[in-house]
Write a protein that binds this ligand. Structure first.
Ligand code: ATP
Length: 953
């Protein structure tokens, strides 16, 4: 959609042009008459903008907005075109394993074709390998598709809202509901949701990087400009860009595909999907294993030829070795496991935007958390007010303006000034819910307290309209507005008490304005400390009459008269204390970084258990400034509890960098626009879904839908378990590769002329009976002791010496069982080695036993690897029903291969007896017992500290 004015603003088409999606705005008859070219939007005065788009300073009416929505449709960009299904399916065949297997299949087919007489077995093998390739491609394709769907669903859960004025009411609406003519409110941290013409600006600046590539902030004004295009104009803001500072209002002139962003919107799915370090590590490992497999296969081929074997049988043997070593099911299992982790985290209210975060979360060593909203409920209630040397108690809880304020008549000036300096709005209860605050909850609490004194906040705001403002800034920790009152223009200031106090020269005390001498100053500080010591969040309020409009915030916020202190209660979230305990048990350090008063911070930290000792280290923002890098490093190296108070986003950034320099893996929470650098710099940036700004959400890897610290802990636990699960199925998969290879090599060295396990059998194990248990292992819930161990060392690689030891151990025990049953059967038949043929019933029975021994022992192996150190019996042997079902499926498949005549022909197998199964089960139980004994041995040793843990081999 676009309006006439909007189109010409782009220097593009004129009236009557249709946007490709048919959304051409005809702004309710307010557009210039036919024949006249409409003036470009950037050249209009603010009042003309309203006329041109049929809007008004009160916004559109709800009915008009609905009508326009019918005409123009939702404010959305068209979905990117996807690569065709077939192309995506065929891309699966370019995977390394697929290529190796395709080559193997082609060679087998060639061997069949050149052989005289031809061996149907080789033809079957060629098709079996091809079947494996296709099966793998199908699994890969389905996985990729479902991962994409999950990502889309999760993305849709991240809120995209904007503030709009409709019928004079400030509403928060989904960005998709915007229509041309809408009047939107812009604040620092907002993502701009449509192309808009600015009609009011207070220190407004935006980052146009997504459109222009220029990442520095550019100022925006409300005055008309003479530029040719809107894009060059300083009075327009565009979809996809963000507000860096200040505030303002703007009229929407283009939505959806008609925006500048919509025009340059290209196929996003062409961008290569980034692999996480874990995926890269596994890919490198798989490539090495494949190369090793090919090399060993080639070596075996040469060796067999040298010992006088016919070419084809030597080749088939080598192929068996190669196939035994390639972990075909690995890529699919890995992506499923990561995807399951992401889905589970979403269920725990933590949306992971990048797979990378799943791994990083598991190795988190420090969480830097803010206070308001994350540790506390961000539901503020003013409980005490200090003014003119006296205390006033406020009763009632929540946002319902019901309660009493003692000596309320003395607080009018203080509360009125505070109210005039707010943007929030109190919303009366709709159907089921109670009173709500639209906007900042701190401001909401002030409105509620004022209403409790009988002040009509909305009417007062209308009676003293705002003519200027300096929006809240976490660095200044202040907000000021200029309001036109009956007594002239007044500057109303509220903010952190010390900051307000530092800018005051007078104080209203005992009803008169007095000089703010040291005694009174001390009285204010003492009152502030008293409230902060009880965990209250305290705001100071001050005023000053202003003659002409002040230029800068510094000029304005000086020579003020102090009116009083407002203390509000923000109770801790009930679930946080347990989450903090879990972090402590898990060896994760919690550093609190807050903009609030040190005493408030300490009181809250004690209530949630972050501080337990008598004297935590408390450092303020200015204190941090006085430390050089070495001193900061020393501070962070000091063990114990650390609270950083009165800090600004820049301090946060510096602390994160310093922690990382110490080798810590840092998760950082943030909600404001200025937090974006710290979030980007952190190993895991965590932003707030409910209260955070769009910019913070953009910059973070994880979004907490409920803003709660407890969700971070839950995500860390899941991140740890994903990593451990991956190790479990790697141990499971690689140990059986050893069990497949050992009998082949043993037979070769023992001089047995045939293979104890054919290539088709290996494929049946790798892709028939092994994949499902591996997937079930990837979906194991976190082990109970997941949060009782120290974090993983950063240097520790997935493919660690511990993992290698584990699969070598399991593989060896399995191999012993497999080789025993094979050679036992061969020897029991009493036939000399050289007289064996592949059709010999004893040989067929022996290779069936080999395959079944691997399948059965893998079932027990899957149970054994479920825990690293704990006994699996403690976890409940059957507590992962999916794993049991997957194992039973594998054994069922093996039974079919053993008994069904058609399959007996394909696999050259024979029927097993009940005694055979009993012996195989006995070996399985032995494997489980051996692994339990190993765990018992490991449990006796204390858990190593992360530094002592092994690095990559
Ligand atoms: P945290 O960083 O833990 O969430 P915080 O919310 O106190 O703590 P900021 O939002 O940076 O941190 O606020 C810093 C200080 O600025 C607050 O302690 C308060 O005194 C003051 N302040 C907060 N919100 C406002 C506001 N809307 N207007 C004026 N001052 C404010």
């Amino acid at each position: 959609m676009t309006t006439d004015a909007g189109r010409t603003a782009h220097g593009g088409a004129r009236r009557g042009d249709e946007a490709p999606n048919g959304r051409t705005a005809q702004a309710t008859g307010a557009v210039p008459s036919a024949g006249e070219p409409a003036p470009p939007v950037q050249r209009l005065r603010a009042d003309e903008v309203f006329t041109a788009f049929g809007g008004s300073p009160h916004g559109l009416s709800a009915g008009e907005a609905r009508a326009r929505q019918e005409t123009y449709g939702p404010n959305e960009l068209p979905r990117p075109r996807r690569k065709g299904v077939w192309r995506r399916f065929l891309a699966q065949f370019t995977d390394l394993f697929a290529l190796v297997l395709i080559a193997a299949s082609a060679l087998t087919f060639l061997a069949y074709a050149l052989q005289d007489p031809r061996d149907v077995g080789n033809l079957q093998l060629a098709f079996a390998i091809l079947g494996v390739v296709v099966l793998n491609a199908v699994i890969g394709f389905v996985q990729e598709y479902s991962a994409e769907r999950t990502a889309q669903t999760l993305q849709a859960m991240v809120p995209h809202t904007c503030r709009v004025l409709r019928d004079g009411e400030r509403l928060e609406l989904p960005s998709g509901d915007l229509v041309p003519g809408d009047l939107v409110a812009l604040e620092a941290g907002d993502a701009v949701s449509a192309d808009c013409r600015v009609v009011e600006a207070h220190g407004l600046s935006v980052n146009n990087a997504p459109l222009t590539g220029e990442s520095s902030a550019v100022a925006r004004v409300a005055e008309p400009t003479a530029t040719d295009t809107a894009l060059e104009s300083r009075n327009c803001v565009f979809m996809g860009t963000t507000v860096v500072s200040g505030s303002g209002k703007a009229v929407v002139y283009a939505t959806g595909a008609a925006t500048e962003f919509g025009r340059i919107f290209r196929l996003t799915d062409e961008a290569p999907r980034q692999k996480t370090p874990l995926q890269r590590e596994v890919a490198v490992m798989a490539r090495r294993v494949a190369a090793l497999a090919v090399a060993i296969g080639a070596g075996m081929f040469a060796l067999r030829l040298q010992t006088g074997q016919p070419l084809v049988s030597a080749f088939v043997f080598a192929l068996g070795v190669m196939v035994a070593l390639v972990p075909e099911g690995l890529p699919a299992t890995l992506s499923v496991s990561l995807a399951i982790g992401v889905r589970r985290m979403a269920r725990r209210r933590a949306l992971v935007k990048k797979l990378l975060a799943v791994e990083a979360l598991g190795s988190t060593t420090v969480v830097c958390t803010d206070k308001t909203g994350t540790l506390t409920q961000a539901e503020m209630t003013v409980t005490r007010i200090w003014s003119g040397g006296g205390w006033h108690e406020v009763s009632g809880v929540g946002y319902a303006p019901v309660g009493e304020v003692s000596d309320a008549q003395d607080l009018r000036d203080l509360l009125l000034s505070a109210v005039l300096c707010t943007d929030a709005r109190l919303v009366p209860p709709a159907a089921a819910d109670g009173w709500r605050v639209l906007g900042d909850t701190t401001e909401g609490a002030i409105l509620v307290a004022a209403a409790k004194t009988g002040l009509h906040t909305a009417a007062e705001k209308e009676a003293s309209p705002r003519v200027g403002e300096f929006p809240f800034d976490p660095v200044r920790k202040l907000m000021s507005t200029v309001n036109r009152t009956a007594d002239g223009d007044v500057l109303c200031v509220k903010g952190a008490p010390q900051e307000v106090l530092a800018r005051c020269t007078r104080i209203r005390f005992d009803g008169t304005d007095q000089e703010l001498g040291p005694r009174l100053r001390d009285a204010v500080v003492a009152a502030d400390d008293t409230m902060a010591g009880r965990g209250l969040r305290v705001l100071g309020v001050a005023v000053r009459p202003v003659g002409e409009r002040p230029g800068t915030a510094e000029q304005a916020e000086s020579d003020l008269t102090f009116l009083g202190l407002i203390g509000m209660l923000d109770p801790p979230r009930p679930e946080v204390a347990e989450a903090v305990r879990a972090c402590h048990r898990a060896g994760i350090r919690i550093v609190m970084l807050t903009g609030d008063h040190p005493l408030t911070a300490e009181a809250i930290a004690r209530r949630v258990g972050i501080v337990t000792g008598p004297s935590p280290t408390v450092v303020t923002g200015p204190g941090l400034d006085s430390l050089d890098d070495a001193a900061l490093d020393g501070l962070l190296a000091r063990p114990g509890q650390l609270l950083l108070c009165r800090v600004s986003p820049e301090h946060k950034m510096r602390v994160v960098a310093a922690l990382q320099a110490r080798g810590e893996v840092v998760a950082v929470t943030g909600d404001g626009a200025n937090d974006a650098p710290a979030l980007k710099h952190a190993d895991i940036g965590v932003s707030m879904g409910a209260t955070g700004t769009d910019v913070a959400r953009e910059a973070s890897e994880m979004v907490l839908l409920d803003d709660s610290f407890a969700s971070i802990t839950a995500a860390v636990e899941l991140g740890r378990s994903v990593y451990r699960n991956i190790r479990k199925f790697l141990a499971y998969l690689f140990s059986h590769n050893i069990a497949e290879l050992t009998p082949i090599l043993a037979a070769a060295f023992a001089g047995f002329p045939l293979v104890p396990l054919t290539a088709v059998q290996i494929l049946a194990i790798d892709l028939g009976s092994d994949v499902l248990p591996a997937l079930a292992l990837g979906a194991e819930p976190p082990e109970p002791d997941t949060m009782d161990r120290p974090p993983r060392s950063r240097r520790e690689r997935l493919f660690s010496a511990e993992l290698v030891r584990r699969f070598l151990f399991l593989g060896t025990v399995q191999s012993i069982g497999v080789c025993t049953v094979f050679f036992w059967q061969i020897h029991a038949s009493g036939i000399p080695y050289d007289d064996f043929t592949s059709s010999d019933p004893a040989y067929r029975k022996a290779i069936t036993l080999t395959q079944a021994a691997i399948v059965v022992s893998q079932f027990f192996n899957a149970l054994a690897v479920r825990t690293d150190r704990q006994s699996v019996f403690g976890l409940g042997l059957f507590s992962n029903p999916r794993l049991i079902a997957a194992g039973c499926f594998g054994i069922g498949l093996m039974a079919a291969i053993s008994y069904v005549p058609v399959l007996q022909d394909v696999f050259n197998t024979a029927a097993l007896s009940a005694v055979d199964w009993a012996v195989l089960t006995g070996f399985g139980v032995l494997l489980l017992a051996a692994e339990e004994a190993r765990k018992w041995w490991v449990r006796r040793a204390p858990v190593p500290a992360p530094e002592e843990k092994e690095a990559a081999p």
